[in-house]
Write a protein that binds this ligand. Structure first.
Ligand code: ADP
Length: 325
């Protein structure tokens, strides 16, 4: 039986610079609302980064020492696709509450822009970490994978598939804990007898109008397994510095992924050590969807007990290869 074609998130929409909002004013005013009768003021700080059509700034809630990440988008989006991505993100992200998911605080409009107030992750993304360090050690991967599995278990239990898990969407808080972010491609599952995936486009509609072939397509009920696949790719990429099926063209990446064509680097003293347990875990995560382990099964894999598991205080931004004695 040929391997199921892995679901790779759609490429980011092509955008022009004008799609991004202008830099925000020094002070942003949140309008009064039921739980904040007088509104609020955010003192805007440094730019944290630019996304597809959003820019993120640090912002301090005036009168407090609380800092947040403010994600800013233009309130009027000319492209319907972008508008939809953003609506999905708001709807889904606002319902998530988990220690390893970027906390959504609120959203408001100010001067033609929409602001999303998010938990600040001052240590960047896993992508930044790998770029800086070249690779991440097995003990750290152990620690972070447990956290990612916990967040994935939570999302799936709530009927959410993230669909865009990658190192750039996984952030680190001040204590170096994992925080999953960016729900722009997430999808809501409706739980029936089987979990039936409903296309993102039907999110606001009623299930009565969904054509049978849409339901048929997901009859296997393994849609959520796309996140487990991504976890396998993330683990490989953290340890080696690059994703397993890396190639110059998208078609070639898909082909290699379909054929599970990947190689672990040969151990060389200057390279990261990769155990047999790790290789076995990644292979398990990259199986066909119905065979991929669920988060509870994942954390029972020998990978998690075959070596040192750091405490949270032992996770640092700097590279540290040895277990402390
Ligand atoms: P994208 O559109 O690519 O999904 P985002 O618009 O969500 O990206 O974010 C753009 C950039 O802002 C990210 O790459 C990251 O550097 C930064 N960022 C996003 N969320 C946070 C956060 N909660 N804390 C710190 N930085 C963040």
């Amino acid at each position: 039986q040929p391997a199921a074609k892995p679901k790779v998130p759609a490429a980011k929409f092509s955008q022009k610079e004008k799609d991004h909002p202008p830099p925000p004013p020094a002070e942003v005013r949140e309008p009064p609302s039921a739980d904040r009768r007088n509104g609020a003021i955010y003192q805007m700080g440094q730019c944290l980064g630019k996304g597809g059509f959003a820019i993120c700034y640090e912002g301090r809630l005036a009168g407090t020492k609380q800092n947040y990440a403010l994600k800013i988008v233009k309130s009027y989006m000319p492209q319907k696709k972008m508008e939809q991505k953003f609506q999905t993100e708001l709807q889904i992200h606002s319902k998530m509450r988990h220690a390893n998911i970027v906390q959504f605080h609120r959203a408001f409009s100010y001067e033609k822009c929409t602001y999303i107030v998010l938990e600040l992750c001052p240590n960047g993304s896993l992508m930044d970490m790998v770029k800086k360090r070249r690779y991440i050690t097995e003990p750290e991967v152990r620690f972070w994978t447990v956290q990612m599995a916990g967040a994935i278990k939570y999302m799936h239990a709530k009927g959410i598939i993230h669909r865009d898990l990658k190192m750039g969407n996984i952030f680190l808080d001040k204590d170096m804990n994992i925080k999953i972010g960016d729900f722009g491609l997430a999808a809501l599952l409706m739980s029936g007898k089987d979990m039936v995936a409903v296309r993102r486009t039907t999110l606001c509609g009623t299930p009565n109008y969904i054509a049978p072939e849409i339901l048929e397509k997901n009859k296997g009920g393994h849609d959520h397994a796309v996140d487990i696949w991504s976890l396998g790719i993330i683990i490989f990429a953290m340890l080696t510095g690059k994703p397993p099926f890396q190639s110059t063209t998208a078609d070639e990446i898909y082909r290699r992924a379909r054929e599970r064509e990947y190689d672990w680097p040969k151990l060389n003293t200057s390279e990261n050590f990769i155990s047999e347990e790790t290789k076995d875990l990644v292979a398990a995560l990259l199986q066909s969807p119905e065979k991929r382990p669920d988060p509870d099964t994942i954390v029972q894999h020998p990978f998690f007990t075959c070596g040192w598991m750091p405490d949270s205080e032992e996770i640092t931004p700097e590279l540290r290869d040895e277990a402390p004695s």
